[in-house]
Design a protein around this ligand. Structure first.
Ligand code: A3P
Length: 278
């Protein structure tokens, strides 16, 4: 495990932790080094997604749905983000635990593959992910990053910063689905959640095997709305804008063309469809 700095295209640097052939954010060294030895239970629920895809939102929705009552508190996913919280902090929690990670499955405990717990994975269009990632990196003191957007886009999309490339991440999920078709994995798109949260909550309930009234689900949508979460949670840096299509305020025409070209080259075999606008 080494702490390194990664330079953007203008020479500005971001601090990262290099461990197990992967770059992690500088969260918690004990948690990062212990990631591959975490004991997984068959009845855990894992929220796994590339950073800035809506993981906090999905974690909160899942928590509310599983509890079956609306809870308004300051708890956030980071408490159970396996690369951020050492295992001792969640080892004894009652089942079902809702654990999370932004790391690829190959960097997690091999027990994930052995036990095959339910996985909920969240995807968001890569242009909004990139814009969200940039704003987040500037805010996080541990990144020590002060670079410019124009120097950030390419290295980010090419996977030079922590957690690597969004495109590789998405392709690895598709491979996982093909390898283990029987594994209970629910795919949720950020854009679908924005467009019709009730429908996505019904899918979530059905996947988790719980029956919840429409009235309850409406209350969950409300307590998990962007404005409410931004208001209730003290982890403010996560809740920036919460929109689909904000990337248009960031990408130049040239950056957009460069991105689309790369996407076409790398993602030809991708069966997932991403919506960059609603
Ligand atoms: P923006 O930076 O575009 O606003 P993650 O949880 O994976 O880190 O993702 C963070 C992104 O999800 C941020 O995007 C954040 O605002 C958005 N988000 C978090 N909670 C949300 C909610 N309740 N509704 C809509 N977007 C939400």
């Amino acid at each position: 495990m080494t702490e390194i700095t990664v330079a953007d295209d203008g020479g500005d640097t971001m601090r990262c932790i290099q461990h197990n052939d992967h770059l992690f954010p500088v969260f918690n060294i004990q948690a990062i080094t212990g990631l591959t030895s975490v004991k997984i239970r068959e009845d855990d629920v894992l929220i796994l997604g590339f950073p800035k895809s809506g993981n906090h939102w999905l974690w909160e929705l899942t928590r509310q749905v599983l509890q079956g009552r609306v809870v308004e508190d300051d708890r956030v996913m980071n408490e159970l983000l396996m690369e951020s919280a050492p295992e001792e902090e969640y080892a004894d929690l009652p089942s079902p635990r809702i654990l999370a990670s932004n790391a690829p499955l190959t960097k997690l405990s091999p027990e994930v593959i052995q036990k095959k717990p339910k996985i909920i994975t969240v995807f968001r269009n890569p242009k909004d992910v990139t814009a969200s990632f940039y704003s987040f990196a500037l805010k996080l003191p541990f990144c020590k990053y002060t670079g410019k957007w124009e120097n950030f886009v390419k290295p980010c999309v090419q996977g030079r910063f922590y957690h690597g490339s969004w495109m590789d991440h998405v392709l690895s999920w598709q491979k996982l689905r093909d390898t283990y078709p029987e594994w209970p994995i629910l795919t949720v798109f950020y854009e679908d959640l924005k467009e019709d949260p009730m429908e996505q909550l019904r899918r979530l309930c059905s996947f988790l095997g719980v029956k919840r009234s429409e009235e309850f689900l409406k209350a969950v949508v409300n307590i998990c709305s962007f404005d409410k979460m931004k208001d209730i949670k003290s982890h403010r840096a996560v809740f920036r804008k919460g929109e689909v299509g904000d990337w248009k305020n960031w990408f130049t025409v040239a950056q957009n063309e460069w991105f689309d070209q790369l996407y076409q080259e790398k993602m030809t075999d991708c069966q997932l469809q991403f919506r960059c606008t609603l």
